[in-house]
Design a protein around this ligand. Structure first.
Ligand SMILES: C[S@@+](CC[C@H](N)C(=O)[O-])C[C@H]1O[C@@H](n2cnc3c(N)ncnc32)[C@H](O)[C@@H]1O
Length: 379
C-alpha cells in the first residue's frame, strides 16, 4: 500500500541490513510509529524476535497486526468465499436501498452527463441510513456509490476469524480505489481535468482489490507472534526494557496523518462520521492529533521520547530526513537530541519523501532527499 513516509524502499537501501544486524543480540523489536507496517513485517518475517508495533491510528496497527500477529497462512479461497457471500447477503437485506443504487445505472461516458449523475449519487449516498457509514460519508466523492456500498458490506461482515487480515485487505482495497492522489485529504474534483481521474478510480472493483490484498497477505506471516497497540509512542516507552531494539520513524510534517488518512480510519472502525469540508473529514475532535506534527511541540516531544527509550536501557534506530522538515524537526536536531542520552552511529542514505502537502516552500508531493539513519546505544 502507498503510505506517506513508508520505509519500504529504504529497507532495501541499507536500513534492512542494519536492522538484521542489530536485532541479533536483542530479545524484542519495537516499532513505535508503525504506519504501513513495512518495517515490523520485515522484522517479523525474517527474525525469531517478537515484534511490538504501535501507532496513533487504528488502520496502521491493523495493517501491521495482519502480518505480525499471524504465524501461518490461511485458506484464501475459503476466507474469500464465505466473506463475500455474507457481504452479498448483507447488501440484499436492504432491497429498497439496493434498488435506489441500481436505478442510478451505469456511469455515463461524457462529461456533462457524468456531472449530473455524480450529483444524483451524492444525494442518495448522503441520505442513506447509518447502516452505511462509508456510503454516507464518502459515496459520490472518494468512491462511487457502488464501491462505497461494497466497502460497507465487507466491513459489516468481517467476523472474528482472521479479523485483522480481512480488515487489512479491506483497508488496502479502500486505499487503492480512493479517487484521490495517494491519500484522502481531498477527493478528485469534477473539473474538466480531474473528472477523468475521478471516474477512472470509480471503475475499480472493490471485491477484486480486496482479493488481491488477501492474496498478498496469504503468503506473509510472522515467525513468532507479535502484538500491536494503538497508543501514543511516549506511553509505549514506559514498558520498554533493555532487551529491546526500538525503531523510531516519527512524522516529519506539520500536517496531521489523521487529516490525510481519515477514510482508512473510518473503514477500520466502521463508525459513522459527520463529514466536514472539501476533504469530508470527521470533526477535528475525532481525529487523533500528534504533538510530533506541531511546530511548537515537536522538539520537546522528540526529546521526551528519546529520554524515555534511553531510561529503559533499550537500543534504538532512528530514521529522519537529513534536512529541515515542516514540523520544525531536522536531521541535525534529531541527532543532537539523541546524543544527549545515547552513543550515536550515523549513516545517510538517498531517499524520497512525501511532503504530505505540508512543505510551504515547495509543493512537490515527493522530493528527493537524504535520510539519516541513527543507531543508538544508551550512554
Ligand atoms: C513516518 S510515518 C511511519 C511510517 C512507517 N515506518 C512505515 O514504514 O510505513 C509516521 C507514523 O507515526 C504515526 N504517529 C504520529 N504521531 C504519533 C504518536 N505520538 N505516537 C504514535 N504514532 C504516531 C502516524 O500515524 C504515522 O503512521
Amino acid at each position: 500500500m502507498k503510505y506517506m513516509g513508508s520505509k519500504r524502499a529504504m529497507l532495501t537501501n541499507g536500513l534492512g541490513h542494519l536492522i538484521e544486524e542489530k536485532t541479533k543480540d536483542r530479545r524484542r523489536f519495537v516499532d513505535l510509529f508503525c504506519g504501513s507496517g513495512a518495517v515490523s513485517s520485515f522484522v517479523a518475517q525474517r527474525t525469531e524476535l517478537p515484534v511490538l508495533a504501535s501507532d496513533l491510528q487504528k488502520y496502521a496497527t491493523t495493517l501491521t497486526e495482519a502480518v505480525i500477529c499471524r504465524t501461518k497462512g490461511f485458506d484464501l479461497q475459503k476466507v474469500h468465499d464465505v466473506w463475500y457471500r455474507e457481504a452479498s447477503n448483507w447488501i440484499h437485506e436492504d432491497p429498497a436501498f439496493l434498488k435506489e443504487v441500481l436505478a442510478l445505472g451505469q456511469q455515463p461516458t461524457n462529461g456533462p452527463e457524468s456531472i449530473e449523475w455524480i450529483g444524483r449519487t451524492r444525494v442518495i449516498a448522503e441520505l442513506s441510513s447509518p447502516r452505511y457509514p462509508i456510503t454516507r460519508a464518502y459515496g459520490g466523492y472518494y468512491y462511487s456509490i457502488q464501491q462505497a456500498l461494497a466497502i460497507d458490506a465487507l466491513r459489516a461482515t468481517v467476523n472474528k476469524k482472521n479479523r485483522a487480515t480481512k480488515l487489512a485487505a479491506l483497508i488496502s482495497a479502500a486505499s487503492s480505489c480512493a479517487a484521490a492522489p495517494g491519500h484522502t485529504a481531498q477527493p478528485f474534483s469534477t473539473t474538466e481535468t480531474s473528472l477523468p481521474h475521478l471516474l477512472n478510480a470509480w471503475r475499480k472493483d472493490v471485491f477484486l482489490e480486496t482479493t488481491q490484498a488477501l492474496n498478498k497477505l496469504s503468503t506473509t506471516w510472522a515467525k513468532v507472534r507479535g502484538e500491536v497497540k494503538q497508543k501514543n509512542a511516549l506511553d509505549v516507552t514506559e514498558n520498554l526494557n533493555d532487551g529491546d531494539l526500538v525503531f523510531v520513524d516519527p512524522p516529519y510534517s506539520e500536517v496531521q496523518y489523521s487529516r490525510f488518512y481519515h477514510v482508512l480510519e473510518t473503514v477500520v472502525t466502521g463508525k459513522a462520521i459527520t463529514a466536514e469540508g472539501s476533504g469530508r473529514y470527521p470533526p477535528i475532535t475525532q481525529r487523533p492529533q500528534s504533538a510530533f506534527c506541531l511546530l511548537t511541540k515537536s522538539i520537546d516531544e522528540f526529546d521526551r521520547l528519546m529520554l524515555g527509550i534511553a531510561a529503559q536501557g533499550a537500543h534504538s534506530i532512528v530514521t529522519f530526513p537529513a534536512g529541515v522538515a515542516s514540523n520544525g524537526l531536522s536531521g541535525e536536531i534529531v541527532e543532537a537530541l539523541s546524543a544527549q542520552y545515547f552513543k550515536v552511529k550515523k549513516r545517510e542514505v538517498a531517499s524520497v519523501f512525501s511532503t504530505l502537502g505540508g512543505n510551504k516552500s515547495n509543493r512537490n508531493a515527493r522530493q528527493g532527499t537524504n535520510e539519516l539513519i541513527l543507531y543508538l546505544v544508551p550512554i
